[in-house]
Design a binder for this molecule. Structure first.
Ligand code: SAM
Length: 190
């Protein structure tokens, strides 16, 4: 657990600091449209607040400051919760999104289980995460360690294994940025 909520310090300015987001790519990876989209560690709704194609978008984040900054952006629903304990029934969400947040979770293995537990059969989980195999991300990880943020960056194969353990059918790919994409589908028969 981090000592305090680092994100509270920048919540009000977050969307102005972090402007890079590839909405088209996220939209495509999520295979939109969908009924319910859950953005876990969604913070200010910077990403899901601008995505189209879901009837209901719910942002989950433990930081009340980040959620406050999300306001009611584009009709977003918000709830304060941790990824390790999602307040949703099994198989209830069509799409789950995690952007730049997986390494911030307190405990990634149970969180991976939760992401797949709430996902509906035939649904899709998309994780966009800095790729710790690249040196700029190693530097970022060092910076976050020095700032006592409690982050834990996992290699792509480790995240793949966590999701496969919980029944996800996983593909991993990189793009020309520092990020990797981990896509997990829950078989329709699960
Ligand atoms: C770098 S921000 C990314 C926010 C958003 N996904 C985006 O791309 O704009 C990471 C977010 O993860 C959240 N977070 C930290 N620990 C978490 C946990 N255990 N479960 C869910 N979210 C968490 C933080 O509060 C923060 O809002």
């Amino acid at each position: 657990m981090p000592l305090f909520d680092h994100f509270a310090l920048i919540a009000r300015f977050y969307d102005r600091i972090f402007t890079r987001v590839n909405l088209e790519q996220i939209h495509e990876q999520l295979a939109m449209p969908a009924n319910r989209l859950l953005d876990v560690g969604g913070g200010t709704g910077r990403v899901s607040g601008r995505l189209t194609g879901a009837q209901t978008v719910i942002v989950i984040d433990p930081s009340t400051a980040m959620l406050r900054a999300a306001g009611a952006k584009n009709g977003l629903q918000r709830a304060s919760a941790h990824a390790e304990r999602l307040p949703f029934p099994d198989n209830s969400i069509d799409r789950v999104l995690v952007v730049d947040a997986f390494h911030h979770f307190c405990d990634q293995e149970p969180a991976a289980g939760e992401l797949l537990r709430v996902l509906a059969p035939g649904g899709r989980l998309v994780i966009e995460e800095p790729n710790i195999e690249l040196w700029p991300v190693k530097l970022l990880a060092l910076g976050e360690r020095l700032a006592l943020m409690g982050s834990r960056f996992y290699r792509p194969d480790a995240i793949r294994r966590m999701l496969e353990m919980h029944g996800g059918q996983v593909t991993v790919h990189t793009d020309d940025s520092i990020n990797m994409w981990i896509i997990a589908e829950k078989p329709a028969t699960a």
